[in-house]
Every structure is written in structure tokens, then in C-alpha cells.
Design a protein around this ligand. Sequence first.
Ligand SMILES: Nc1nc2c(ncn2[C@@H]2O[C@H](COP(=O)(O)OP(=O)(O)OP(=O)(O)O)[C@@H](O)[C@H]2O)c(=O)[nH]1
Ligand SMILES: [K+]
Ligand SMILES: [Mg+2]
Length: 412
Amino acid sequence: MGIIEKIKEIEAEMARTQKNKATEYHLGQLKAKIAKLRTQLLEPPKGSSGAGEGFEVTKYGHGRVALIGFPSVGKSTLLTMLTGTHSEAASYEFTTLTCIPGIINYNDTKIQLLDLPGIIEGASEGKGRGRQVIAVAKSSDLVLMVLDASKSEGHRQILTRELEAVGLRLNKRPPQIYFKKKKTGGISFNSTLPLTHVNEKLCYQILHEYKIHNAEVLFREDATVDDLIDVIEGNRKYIKCVYVYNKIDVVGIDDVDRLARQPNSVVISCNLKAGSSFLISLLALNLNLDRLLAKMWEEMGLVRVYTKPQGQQPDFTDPFVLSADRGGCTVEDVCNHVHRTLVKDLKYVLVWGTSARHYPQHCGLGHVLQDEDVVQIVKKKEKEEGGRGRFKSHTTGPARISDREKKAPLKT
Ligand SMILES: Nc1nc2c(ncn2[C@@H]2O[C@H](COP(=O)(O)OP(=O)(O)OP(=O)(O)O)[C@@H](O)[C@H]2O)c(=O)[nH]1
Ligand SMILES: [K+]
Ligand SMILES: [Mg+2]
């Protein structure tokens, strides 16, 4: 029996089993069995890179965004409109067969946008090009789930299920469960609060299913069995998702209004034909793509940091772009962007902007920067070479670092 058949069989058994106190252990065990099989399913066939032909696109720019959706919802049309890169669009399904990259220039940053083939129900089991598409989604910083505003709302749930089945978790944070495998000592199970979904026995049973007999488990929130399995599997990818309802030109204003009010959603139209009603043309004058870009930017959480040479204005067209998800946003991270060895030469930085308590603030390596902050990097050498004098002219406070900072020079 193949893996998919095994999953189907267990799913059928779960559907048959009534949910109650007496069956919760059995159901938990079945969930763990399915999770293990799904992980097996994800392992690339021996000898392949896993990506698949036409899907190996090099990362480019400051972040990667993937367009995921059913066929013919308008993914390619949207890519062409946002990036200027042409991706074939047509009224038949599966027009796009590979991964097509484009670049969005936004707020002085470059964001890689990837057009992908449509995926269908069963994609997680390998239907269509589902597996390749999902692998690309996993490599992204943000997923734009493109939906057809005129089609069933169930599509959003079906797609979410497909992505969840392969370990993607949309707009969720990792469960607050500490889990560590041990060599000996048995299983220690603790929680910092009363649990309503999982107890010690259920936890043991799940771990037993994974043949784990020595481990430390600490629940820091009232997590579920599924959360526990996610933590044990350890291969889940937590990724942000914006739901993009396209083709609002073909639905009524009430539907547009309802969809636009859903969390993490943006309504757009890529196809404003001459025949559209006056109201819709007004509403879609700019097709709401600017709103989509703004939402995308907000969700990516990119942090632009401008460096200011002494005695000069910063170059506001050329930021260093950092991200908490990709490498971090501290002064140290900026230094590493500027030059590999800068950290060891750094004395401190002066910071202007929203992360600073006063302007400029003296900061060390650990200081966390915010979008549009300006930094001036002061190196140790500059002082010895008489740089301190020049530097002095830019500070409002004393240009001397305090004795405390001398002892722990790079900590704030
Ligand atoms: N009415 C309307 N039609 C649209 C809109 N956006 C795209 N279309 C049309 O929808 C059809 C499918 O568009 P595509 O861009 O090929 O869709 P896709 O999601 O890339 O499709 P696949 O690559 O086949 O998965 C085309 O005929 C587009 O012209 C829109 O906002 N409104
Ligand atoms: K199409
Ligand atoms: Mg397409």
C-alpha cells in the first residue's frame, strides 16, 4: 500500500471514530501516524534536488513573495501588472506551468515575486504540480493567496488545508511548547498553566508513537495535540499570508465590501475592461494594487536603515534592508551588511529615527533598529586617528563614551 493510501485509510478511521474522552488517546495516535506519513511523503525522491524542473529560481532582492492559488484566478495577470515581467495569461486553466520570477520595486527595496502554476485539491499528495509549487511557497517570506472573488469561499479553506498538509502554517506562530529529546531519564512532562486539550498520558502516547522515550516537554500555553505533533515533527514552516481577492470587477459591491473586511485580505481587480460599471471603475481606478503593495510591505516587516557618513546627509535612495525573519535587525546586523569585519572595529553607532529615545542615541551592537532609521557608524580606529574631532561636530550630546561603556563597549 502506498503512503497516500495509508493516509486515506487512517483519515477514514478517524472520521468513523466518535470524539469523546474514551477515544481521545486513539485519535491522538492516529493524528501522529498521519503526520509521520506526510513527512515521509515530503521527502524528495532519491537522487533529485527536490525542486523540480522549471522551479529552481534563484533568490533575488530583499524578500520573496509567492503567488499561490487555483488555476485561472489571475496570478499571472497580477505578476505582469506588479512587476512588468510578462507572464502568459489566458482564460484556460494551467496556462502557467513553471515558476516565473518578477521584481517589484517598492520603497527603495526589491522584492522578488514568483508566479506559479495553479494548484488544485490534492496538490499536497502530488496532484498536478502541487508539490513543486508548495516547495516554492515554503521558500518564500510571504504567500499571496490569490482567490477569485466570484468563486466559492470554500477555496480559501481547501488551499489552506493543502498547505497545512505539507507543514506550512499560515499566519500562525510556533506553539509555545518546549521540547527536547534526551538520552536517558524518561519523559518529564510539565506545564506552566492548566491544560484543557492534552494531558500527561496523551503526551506519552504521542511520543511513544514517535518512539521517543526520553524527553523534556514543557507546555507554556494551552496547546492542542496538533500543536504538540508540530513541535515534535519540528519541520513546520510558519509563514505570513495575505488573501488577495481578485476579479472584484465581476462581483457586486456588497460582496466586495464583505471580502474586504476579512482579516489579512485585500480586494483587487487586474482587469478593468471598458464595459465595467461606473461605480466599479471609480472603485478600481487604481485597481487597489497600491493597497495590496502596502499590505505586502507591512507584512514583510522589512527594515530600511540609511547610513550617514560624518558631516554628510544620508543617501535616502540606497538603504540597507534588514528583516527580523531573515538575519535580524540589530546594529550588528547592519555592520555585517556593510562589511564582514566591521563588527570588531566598531566603537558604537549614533542612531536617529523611531528606535532612538533621543537624537542621536549612542547604541551598541545589540540595539534593534526600526524602519527608516539613520545610523552613523563610529569605528574604534577613527578615534586613534583623530576622527573623534570630526565626529564631535555631529552630536548634540558629549562625544565621549561613558566609562561604563568602555568596560562593556559593545553592549547597550
Ligand atoms: N474579470 C477579470 N478577469 C481577470 C482579472 N484578472 C485576470 N483575469 C482574467 O482571468 C483569466 C486567467 O488569468 P491568468 O492570469 O492566466 O490566471 P492564472 O491564475 O495565472 O492561471 P493559471 O496560470 O492557469 O493557473 C484571464 O483571462 C485574465 O484576463 C480580473 O481582475 N478581472
Ligand atoms: K489561466
Ligand atoms: Mg498563470
